[in-house]
Design a protein. Sequence first.
Lengths: 111, 230
Amino acid sequence: MTLTPLQALITVIMLIVGTVLTRAIPFILFPSNKKTPPFILYLGKVLPYSVIGLLVVYCLKGVSLASSPYGLPEAIANVAILILHLWKNNTLLSIGAGTIIYMLLVQNLII
Amino acid sequence: MKKEALKAAFPHTIPVMTGYLFLGAAYGILMNTKGYGVGWTLFISVFVFAGSMQYVGVTLLTSIFNPIYAFLLTLMVNARHLFYGVSMLEKYQGTGKFKPYLIFGLTDETFSIQCSIEAPEGIDRNWFMFFITLLDHIYWVVGSVIGSLLGYIVNFNTEGLDFVLTALFVVIFINQWKSTRNHIPALVGLLSSIVCLLIFGQDSFIIPAMVLILIVLTIFRNKLEGGMEE
C-alpha cells in the first residue's frame, strides 16, 4: 500500500462522490416536468461508444512498443479475446480466457 | 406484495449474477494483492458500486495521493452514467422513496435490465425495480468479498490479473461495435485518446482526450445524428 489509510479513505470518498454525482446529475438537471435539450440527447447516444474507446486506451497506456516485450502479451491476449468473442459471443468466457492467457504470458509460462 | 416483486425480479438478474460474482471476485483478489483487505473491499463495493470505476480505483489506490485527480477521473470514467440517467428520467418518475437508491445503483448492468424490463401485471413496479437494483448490489458485494477472502487463503501468482479490466472494456467495445453500423463515435473515442496519449503522455492524457472527444462529436453532430439508429 503506497497510501496512508486516511489518504486511501479520502480517495475512496472521491470515488463515491464522483459516482453518485454522475448518476444523479441528470435527475437534478432535467426534472421530469422539463424537456431535455436535444444536444444532451445526442451526446447520450454517441458518447457511450467514445468513452469505451477511451477506457481501452486508458488500460493499455503503460504498454511500451519500444522495449521488450514490445506489447506482445497485450496484443496476443486482445486478439484472443477478439477471436473468442466473435466466435462464442460469451462475455464472461472472453474476459476470463483473455485474462488467463495474459497472466500466463507475463508470468512466462508460455513464451 | 414484496415477496411477489422479489420473485418476479430475480430471474431477470441471473445473467448479472454470474457476471458480478466473477468480476467482483476478481476485484476482491486484485485489491487483496495490492494490500487492501476485506474491510476496504466491502466498504468500497457497498458504497461505490461501480464495477469498472472500482477497477480504475485500484490504480488510484496504488499510486501517488491526488484526490482532485481521483475525483475528475471518476467523473470521466463514469460520464456514461450521465446518459443512463437521461434515459431513465421517465421510468424512475414516481418511484418515491425508492428513487435515491435506484439512482445510486444505476450501474451499467443494472441499467441494461431496468431500461429493457417492465414489471409484470399485478406486481408493484417500484418494489420490482428496487429488487433488481438490490439483487445486483448484493451479487457485487458478495462476489468481491468472496474474492478478497480467497486472496487470503489461496496463494497464487496474480501477476497480470489487472488485465481483467482491459479485457472487460475490450469486450464491451466489441459488443458496442457489433450493435451499430455507425462506428464513428467508437473510432473518435479510440483515436482521440491515442492522439492525446502520444501528445500528453500517460499521466495526463485523459482530460485532454475527453475534451477532444466532445469537440469532435460536436463538430460532426449533423453527420452523426440519425446515423446511430440500428
